[in-house]
Write a protein that binds this ligand. Sequence first.
Ligand SMILES: [Zn+2]
Ligand SMILES: [Zn+2]
Length: 102
Amino acid sequence: MKKHCCDEMQSQAEFACSVHDSASDCPDALVSYSDKFREYGLFVHDGGTSSKAIGFCPWCGTKLPESLREQWFAELAALGIEDPWSQEIPVPFRTGAWYRGA
Ligand SMILES: [Zn+2]
Ligand SMILES: [Zn+2]
């Protein structure tokens, strides 16, 4: 089973570039995908790491799954983790494993 809607999205989401370490530095990277938030975004190449969330695939037009960013924070808060950026978080929450149930 494919993880993303189409081949183009698949290759963007699994960004790999031999020149740039980070997708936000790479002009060829258009879409960012955050597995732990199940969130798709368009890169804003302004020198930072910002991206703009998108609801539909720019290539095939498929409606993308809703972002789980809020649930991610809510579930961690329920575990007593109020500040996931400075606190240690359980391993499943570092990827999409927490909502995939894997
Ligand atoms: Zn697509
Ligand atoms: Zn590159």
